[in-house]
Design a protein around this ligand. Sequence first.
Ligand code: ADP
Length: 262
Amino acid sequence: PQAAPAPPADAARPAHVKRVIAVASGKGGVGKSTVSVNLAAAFAAKGQRVGLLDADVYGPSAPRMLGIDEEPAFVDGKLQPLEAWGLKVMSIGFMVDEGAPMIWRGPMASSAVRQMMNDVAWGSEADPLDVLVVDLPPGTGDIQLTLIQKMKIDGVVIVSTPQEIALIDARRAASMFRKTATPILGVIENMAFFTDPSTGAPIPIFGSGGAKAEAERLGVPLLAEIPLEMTLREACDAGRPLVATAPESAAALAFVAAATAL
Ligand code: ADP
């Protein structure tokens, strides 16, 4: 396969954004959006000014996961992010009906993501964002490459379940970031275990040890092992970040610990 060129030296972050952290996965359905939303909420809980860009334009999850059902306003040539749970949020899902298919070729999707990065009023001189969390689409396609090559991404967090089939694709994604000189900040293992309600023992439903081994192979920290929790699924479905609504739950504490390590 062709080696992807590294980002140009003049690649920039969006205006008034101090740090851009992308959340990536090899496969869909491993919990990348769940992690993005809760990591963003964890940064906010620590007092940071936080934005969340839902760059998964073919399957936007932010509107539903954050319970936002509004259209962003356009002011002075910039789209205004919507605010929920202390986060500034932008998603293509705010502009199309839920259920409407995004029938876009790669270049169009990439250009939509670049616009959501650059033409959104994420921050201002007086009120800059400390961190913009970018929920990438799964895999290693056009959108990821465009973002890596045209924007400054300070680092990437890779999300995987412990299952080998998810780890194989996570490895592919990691390799793309390595080839483009994008720093990998760490790995988050999602659905790491289920706590047996009667004994409290961790049950490794999707296997165990794989994400830790992968993090070691990459020479990066394993930032969190997020349990499979019904409350986390319920919070996602109800449009609430678990970190904001059940901060003492095991999963929420793990997200906050990951944000602290980042
Ligand atoms: P991806 O972004 O990788 O496609 P999502 O974050 O959309 O995956 O996750 C799919 C669904 O799985 C979420 O809506 C949520 O309901 C559920 N989910 C994700 N992680 C967990 C978890 N650790 N425990 C329980 N449910 C989870």
